[in-house]
Design a binder for this molecule. Sequence first.
Ligand SMILES: C[S@@+](CC[C@H](N)C(=O)[O-])C[C@H]1O[C@@H](n2cnc3c(N)ncnc32)[C@H](O)[C@@H]1O
Ligand code: SF4
Length: 455
Amino acid sequence: MIDFNKFTKYSKPGPRYTSYPTALEFNESFDAKAFDSELENQDSSRALSLYFHLPFCRSACYFCGCNVVYTSKEDKKDRYIDYLEKELELLTAKLDTKRLVTQLHFGGGTPTFFDKKQLDRVIKLIRKHFKNFSKDAEISCEIDPRYFTEEHMEVLKAGGFNRISFGVQDFDPKVQEAVHRIQPFDVTKGAIELAREAGIKSVNVDLIYGLPYQTFETFKKTLDLALKLEADRFAVFNYAHVPWMKKTMRKIDETTLPHPSVKLEIFKYTIDFFESHGYKMVGMDHFAKPEDELFRAIEKAELHRNFQGYTTKGGADLIGVGLTSIGEGKDYYVQNFKDMKDYEAAIDRGVLPVHRGIKLTEDDVLRNFVVMELMSNFSLNITRVEKEFDINFKKYFKDGLDQLQEYADADLITIDDKEIVANSTGAMLIRNIAMAFDAYMKKDDDNKKRFSKTI
Ligand SMILES: C[S@@+](CC[C@H](N)C(=O)[O-])C[C@H]1O[C@@H](n2cnc3c(N)ncnc32)[C@H](O)[C@@H]1O
Ligand code: SF4
């Protein structure tokens, strides 16, 4: 038995590293002009991964950390698509649309909160501009099972979608009530059946641990039910509680949140549970069947991390379209406006709706590699880093290695001249371990508190 109380001291604010530098470092000096110049110098041999943010939802799930617009007004949604259309015109005037598209993702919000006509219109707009999809392109959509009909499925299928990710979070009625998301098991089951009947081969289910009233016992039951869904992948996210950034989270009574030691116990059980049922852990929060390409990517050391989580398609430029969406190139990040008025105003002026971003320095690029390797593979090949970046690792990262000694002493990682490797318990603290290589962690004390807790 592991004494998880021992590790609760590591529960502190820290990034989830969907980017390095984190979004807190993005700034407005990287503006539409800066992004234009990245597009002018684009490397057309690189593939494209397209992300469309479809932000609407009917009602708030209190735990939700996504960028959401709550509305039921159809004209608001139609207007949003009008702006997507204009943004695409502006973008494709500069972006080489002959580049190979290897991924297309609809995220939200709840993309299926659009009706079938609206969804179809978005897909047709994209297909009008981008014709060079790779044969094995991943085309995926996030779906709230409570808003998913046969008609949606038909539109997605006709649009070439081959992956669907369903939000569940937890099946316990008390937890569901506390987070304002009532979603009976049969609703989820029916939604997945709909996708399977339409021939969708890859189904993902999202769960969250760390929600109000969750206990070890309740989450065990949630996992038993989840397994019955026979998903190809499960994402089991650590609840990121940031009420200072998300107003709806203030509706959650913090005294009902599970203690970090309980969260670790739940997560350890989750890992053992899925592994005993034929799934393999991928990255810090995913579980996939061994034949899933996500898992195969680990074996080939080709797993990558970006804003959507883990992906097998590295080396592509991520292009974000829509409110608040984030793009990523070889050495820059760019983010659209979060505020609808600003977003629309920029497009009305005929410029891309870029709010902020960051151009990476050489040091950022190096640390990005180190952080993402650790986050994806729970290990780091020091020899490879030294070769690729022409540095002496021990000298360059002396501070970071000193910080990590604590974790080595606690038998969570091993460090030698050639590699850093986290063991299975250390893997649960991988955010803490990656933080040792984050140059910005030292800089900005106040901002650090804005991150969610690592446990
Ligand atoms: C855009 S939602 C998924 C699609 C759809 N809106 C739904 O909820 O079913 C993306 C996922 O992010 C996860 N998520 C949202 N807020 C979170 C938070 N504060 N901490 C951890 N995971 C979160 C949830 O698992 C959710 O399913
Ligand atoms: S979790 Fe999904 S359905 Fe709930 S508010 Fe967030 S985006 Fe909307």
